[in-house]
Design a binder for this molecule. Sequence first.
Ligand code: NAD
Length: 440
Amino acid sequence: MTKPDIAPHKGKLLVLTPGMGAVATTFMAGVASARKNLSKPFGSLTQLQTIRLGSRSENRNPLIKDFLDLAGLDDIVFGGWDVKADNAFEAAKNADVLKPQDLDPLKDELEKVTPMKAAFNQRYVKKLDGPNVKEQTNKMELAEALREDIRNKLKETGADRAVMVWCGSTEVHLHHSDCHRSIEAFEEGLRNNDDSIAPSQLYAYAAIKEGVPYANGAPNLSADFPALEQLAEQEGVPIAGKDFKTGQTLMKTILAPGFKTRMLGIRGWFSTNILGNRDGEVLDDPESFKSKEVSKTGVLDSILQPEIYKDLYGDLYHKVRINYYPPRGDEKEGWDNIDIFGWMGYDMQIKVDFLCRDSILAAPIVLDLALFLDFAKRAGKGGIQEWLSFYFKSPQVKAGHIPEHDIFIQHFRLKNTLRVLAGEKPVTHLSENFEEEALS
Ligand SMILES: NC(=O)c1ccc[n+]([C@@H]2O[C@H](COP(=O)([O-])OP(=O)(O)OC[C@H]3O[C@@H](n4cnc5c(N)ncnc54)[C@H](O)[C@@H]3O)[C@@H](O)[C@H]2O)c1
C-alpha cells in the first residue's frame, strides 16, 4: 500500500471549544487528570484501543496512539469561548459533573483557561444569557473577530496548530436558506446580517478560513451546508458532524443492528429521558428541542431499512422525548421500551434503563475528534470526514451519500481508514484463504 505523505506532529495542539460548559470542561479536566496520572482516559479510542494490522496470525496489534503520529495528551493546550465569564475550573464546578476530589487537583491548570468573548445572540438560544459577549453586531465583523481570537490564542499558547470542536448550546432549528448555497452567498449574508446565519456558523466559518479543522458536537446547523462544505474542501480543512453520539442514541445504535442481524421485527421504540443540566434547560425550549429531535429520530430508519424490510420494520412507531428535570443534573436517566417480535409474530419486550452521565460519555469523543481531525488535516484530507461518523448521532456525509448509523459498520470504517492512511491494508475479517475454504 502506498502511504500518503503526512506532515509530522510537532509542538502543541490547541483545542478550541466554543462553549465551555459541562462537556468542554469535563473534556479539559479529563485530559489534565490523565496527564497527572490521576485517572485513565476511558472511552477514548485514540488513547486505549488497539488496531489489528495484517492477518490475525501476524499478531500485530499496536495501540492506535502508537501506530499513528497523533498529538499526545501532553501536547494539548486549551482555549474556548463562552457567554458566561467563568474560567474552566469554575465552569466545571458549576456543571457539577465531576466530584470536588477529582477537580481540586486540577484547579491551577483549569483556572488558566478563561473564556474569550462569545459571538452570541439570544435569538438562536432562547434560554441563555450572559455578560461575556462580543460587542460587534455585524456578522462578518463577528466572524473576523473570531478569526483574530484564533490567531491570538495560537500566539499566546505557542501552539503549532489548532482544531475546533463546537461544545456550545443547541441552537434553534434552522433550515438551509439561499445564503447557505455558496461561499459567495454566505459571505454576502454575513455582511448583510442574514437572519438565517446562527452564531455556530460564524465559528465554523472562522475556523475553516483559518485552516482549523471543525467538528460540531450539537445537532444544530453549523458547518453542514454547501457553502461551508465547499469552503472546507477548497481550503483543505477537515470538517465533521454532528451531535455527539452518547446516551440513548449510543444504546440505540448498539441494539438496533443486533435485532436486525437476527431478523427480529420491531413494532415500536419509545425513548424518554430526564436530565437536569444546562443542556436540558436549553432543550426545554421547543425550537432547540426540534434540532435534537431531528438528529435523534433519523437513526433507526437508516439502520433498519424499513423500505427493504417492510414486514419487520415497515410499521415501526418511534418516539423520542426529552424532559428537563433539574434534580438529576448531568446524571441523566434514559428509558427505552422496545416492542419486538419473532418467530410466527410472537411479541416480546425489552426495557432499557440507562443511568448515564452525559458529559462522561461525550468528553472522550471531544478528545478523539480533536486528535483525528488534526491527523486528517496533516494527511491532506479536506472537506467532510465521513469516516468519523462513529462519533455522531447524525453523521454529516457528502451530497448523494447515505449516512451510516450502525456503530459496528462505523467503527469498521474508522479503523480501516486509519490503516489505509498509515499505508496498511484494510482488514476484511476473512481468512487469507477464504475463497478456497468457502469453495472446498
Ligand atoms: N453531553 C452529551 O452527551 C451531549 C451529547 C450530544 C450533544 N451534546 C451537545 O453538546 C453541547 C454542549 O453540551 P453541554 O452539556 O456542555 O451544555 P452546557 O449548557 O453545559 O454548555 C454549553 C455552553 O455553551 C455556551 N454557549 C452557548 N452559545 C454560545 C456561543 N454562541 N458562543 C460561546 N459559548 C456559547 C453556554 O453558555 C454554555 O456554557 C450541547 O449543544 C449539547 O446538546 C451533548
